[in-house]
Design a protein. Structure first.
Length: 275
């Protein structure tokens, strides 16, 4: 389906300084969640919106920190605030609030009862940190492993070497998702997660059922139930060029950029739905 005039107006961002900047409606969504919590230290020199726009610019364009345009605060300042939000759990907290907000806006319960798990391998650079070779995809780098709800909102994500098999990387991720969302009782997965190993690893989560959705035997392209949702989410994440490769020296930063991309998408979604 081609672009219509209505769709173009809806997605038009030509009035912004950069297309990655928040609109007033989007900032109204995320501003209360990014408010300063510490009362210690000197007053902040740069506005929170400017710092958040700078982080969005890095995510959307994929540029190096030192290439951040001069009309943003110094890149070291933006970097400091990104690392701080990464390490104090603020990004994860904001993501969780937005997941509930989107779900309620779509007429769902705020807490998901079902999720979908999948992974994506990406090339890495010489920056350092864990990496491996995914023989199936023929990629040397890292693997992004996520759990979404049935709407495609990212619930939890981890990053590890690409040589880690899906069924080996899944238990820790599923445990994190179940801890964060106590109502999560069913997880859909593809054939790469089949077998006793994963079932045994998560057997202590009594409420949880792993449901394997196997590939169709029909020739040609076939849409598989549930699995297409998480494939779409991975495509959404990749709209941020920071994901063209895994550029990060640390796993923590790789995971944080996934959360930033998730927040970016849901913020825009909520602004269009409600504001």
């Amino acid at each position: 389906m081609g672009w219509t005039k209505t769709a173009r107006r809806e997605h038009d961002r030509s009035g912004l300084r950069y297309a990655s900047d928040c609109t007033d409606e989007e900032w109204a969504v995320v501003r209360p969640l990014l408010r300063r919590t510490s009362r210690v230290g000197r007053p902040r020199k740069h506005k929170a919106r400017t710092l958040w726009d700078a982080i969005q610019y890095i995510a959307a364009t994929g540029c190096q920190w030192v290439q951040l345009p001069k009309d943003f605060p110094p890149f070291t300042t933006v970097q400091y605030h990104f690392y701080r939000m990464r390490d104090n759990g603020l990004l994860d907290a904001v993501n969780a609030v937005l997941v509930a907000w989107v779900r309620v806006s779509e007429g769902r319960r705020s807490e998901p009862s079902a999720g979908i798990i999948d992974s994506q391998s990406a090339k890495s650079t010489e920056a350092g940190g864990p990496r491996g070779y995914d023989a199936g995809k023929r990629i040397k780098g890292r693997k992004r492993h996520i759990v979404t709800d049935t709407l495609g909102n990212v619930l939890e994500g981890v990053v590890h070497g690409a040589d880690v098999q899906d069924r080996d990387g899944a238990p820790g991720l599923i445990e994190r998702a179940c801890d964060a969302y106590p109502t999560l009782a069913r997880v859909f997965a593809d054939g790469g997660y089949a077998g006793q190993k994963l079932e045994a690893a998560v057997a202590h989560i009594d409420r949880l059922t792993i449901e394997i959705i196997r590939r169709s035997d029909l020739a040609g392209f076939v849409i598989l139930p549930r699995r297409w949702v998480i494939e779409r989410t991975l495509a959404w994440l990749n709209r941020c060029r920071r994901f063209a490769k895994d550029w990060e020296a640390s796993i923590a930063s790789s995971e944080a950029w996934m959360v930033v991309s998730s927040i970016r998408r849901m913020t825009r979604r909520i602004a269009k739905l409600e504001l």
